[in-house]
Design a protein around this ligand. Sequence first.
Ligand code: AMP
Length: 401
Amino acid sequence: MTFQDFNFNGHLLEGILSMGYTIPTPIQEMAIPIILKGQDIIACAQTGTGKTGAYLLPVLDHISKTNKHQISTLVLAPTRELAQQIDQQVEGLAYFTGISSIAVFGGGDGIAYEQQRRGIQNNVNIIIATPGRLIAHLTSGVLKLNHLTHLVLDEADRMLDMGFQDDIMKIISYLPKQRQTLLFSATMPGRIRSLAKSVLNNPASVNIAVSQPAVGIDQQIYRVHDQQKTPLLQMLLKNGSYASILIFCSRKEIVKSLARELKAARMQVSAFHSDLEQREREEILLAFKNKQLPVIIGTDALSRGIDVEGIDLVVNYDVPGDPEDYIHRIGRTARAETTGTAITFVNHRDERKLKSIEQLIDKPIRLIDVPDELAGIQQVKHEHTANKRPQRRQWGNKSRK
Ligand code: AMP
């Protein structure tokens, strides 16, 4: 199947090509024809599957073939980051169509609010919003959604986890009853099904099956604070009988500093990250494959690239942000029907990520107590600055009309 098969507007097709998409992803292949028919949909799909395109493309096609001068689509998303990413995808896909969008999210200053207010009054076609800030614009009377034809709930499970259920219902009370509603969620717990029952009308269901971790993997978690992580890791490596070990960190700075610490403790490890030359990376992987190097420390880039038999331990020094990455990471062990161990260190800030992982794999992960010797290690206040992601750039509103 190709994008030509959907009979999209020509300008939209140009945008799709310019984004480098050649063939639809499975979720796009399944969801787009249903949405084009005008039916409501409940879709189970994770980030990385092309789910955003799956709902944006038919919506953009609809707008390009109808009245372009009103707000016709509202996309609700749990976080500012996701709202901005969706807005950027609209910008790319709709580039040649003249369709405009605005991301509306909380935080920022009065100027940001004022910019959003003016953007809304410019009659953009698509609003991508976090629920709280959208309500502020709705109740102030600035935003009218009487002509809305499409409502999208993206990452609905995360919105409910973040306590947005009442806000979502309030927003829906402002929308026309006659509309098409598209619900996308990474997981389908009962709460999502009840939400779907109350806001969708005779929806079609689409499900992208998630690969589950191999049964041979013994999955364990330790609840730790950051100062306990390295001593615990050293203890596990020294006391265990593991021969081939992968350690995953969230950022390359952590990869590098952990590698330094372990080397200082006379452990044979290599850091694997994007600052290395291709040749250096190949050498590390070869040594690991040949069992001359027992430990590699890296980021998620490592989890997708490495195809080595006989890895017996994977350690998540940091919990991955995306539950799918957890499956990719631990999938490096217990390959081809063998067994392996996957250990994840969870600090208090990562509890929510752990919950998402457990939802995705549909079971709790076994909790192991931190050894008594490490219990006395003091937690340092403001520790999280070391692990904090750099702030993303804020995007202003825009209209290309
Ligand atoms: P998403 O799951 O929506 O977050 O999309 C993940 C990434 O895949 C984004 O960078 C999209 O731009 C990209 N993408 C979406 N659909 C396609 C496609 N059909 N072909 C190639 N890349 C795609």
